[in-house]
Ligand binder design. Sequence first.
Ligand code: GLN
Length: 445
Amino acid sequence: MITLKEALKLNKDELAKFKDDLKIKIKANSKLNAYIDIKSAGDGIPIAIKDNIQVKGWAVTSGSNILQGYISPYNATVIQKMADAGLSPFGRTNMDEFAMGSTTESSFYGKTLNPHNSECVPGGSSGGSGAAVGAGLAIAALGSDTGGSIRQPAAFCGIVGMKPTYGRVSRYGLGAYASSLDQIGPMTQNVEDAAILYDIISGCDDKDSTNAKMDDKVTPNLNPNKKLKIAILPSYLENASQDIKDAYSKAIDALKSVGHEIVEKEMMDAKFDISAYYITATAEATTNLARYDGIRYGNRVTGSNLEDTFIKTRSNGFGDEVKRRILLGNFVLSSGYYEAYYVKAQKTRHIIKENFEKIFEDVDLILSPVAPTTANKFGEFKNPMDMYLSDIYTISVNLAGLPALSLPISKNADAMPVGLQFIAKAYDEQTLFDGSLSLETALKK
Ligand code: GLN
């Protein structure tokens, strides 16, 4: 598959031919179920779009039954920015319903397969985007990351996935899961493409009040030769499998070989991240999903009166995982438990942020696992809690609002990709991309 950088040089005829071929290739690989729908919105370079990002005139459903029949009346800001740069939406990619999950198994459209092994999950919730790029069925894709949903499928599918600093990329037109954690980001074949796509979709937007009023770009200053001080987290790695530990050592050696300074640091116990995240995310999700009542959007099951219509629509339209989170979110926000759970989670979130800030007083980047294992087998998680626990390495980044980038490091004995992530200071995407490009280059040597 050509890279985004190469695609930017194609002329009109070459691009049209490329798109025709791509359509055929996607159809030939429909078993993967990476795409829900193949269609094109414009003449630009084709970019695959997660099914929770608004594209005018498209059915956009967040992988849910409740949004069947909804047609987006507008473009998300990222789609508009892409169009301005000559990129256009090409195909909707599969995802966990409302981006809740780590496997893409909870989609209304059925599961997506991992392109490296069809018995394994592609990760989630942006599993369709991960599989599309990993299988050579997309030049690049957009995903969204609330607690790891870009970085973890990127790691499982052997590609690059980047979660920007909270506020860097407009959330206008992103189907909301947990508004204080959500960010849209690029999923690409390499680090440079991620920087290019990040530059295109990021920047000022008056339509999102949490948007950072910053327009600086990383690509013009991309420098893999800058010597950085990088933190590694030996005790944090105890919960990771041997494959991940091996990749971690390999990455450290590669970083040292090109002159970066490595220092050991301690992170607080990740069990606090899980609690703070699943309370915050479900509380916000409950509030955000209240709008799906059968009246304003998509699917409706008409009941005997208005309340009955709400109940029937929501009971029929939402899947089990989404219902579980609505219940949990209502519970932690209810008057008797608000102080005990929600408020405590917010205090914990603050402590997690301070923990990162302390480490970043001394270093430029942190090197961390993305997931405790390589891609899981289908049905491997016996209960929801096991799945939630697999998010230990990604969710603190969202709680602290930081930028992070997951990149492929190696393959394990079963030829499954192993990815690791760099985490940077808030708004320091430049160092994040510089360090990532340096590691990517060093690994090729
Ligand atoms: N796996 C996490 C969850 O289910 C993260 C999902 C995401 O980032 N959208 O909430």
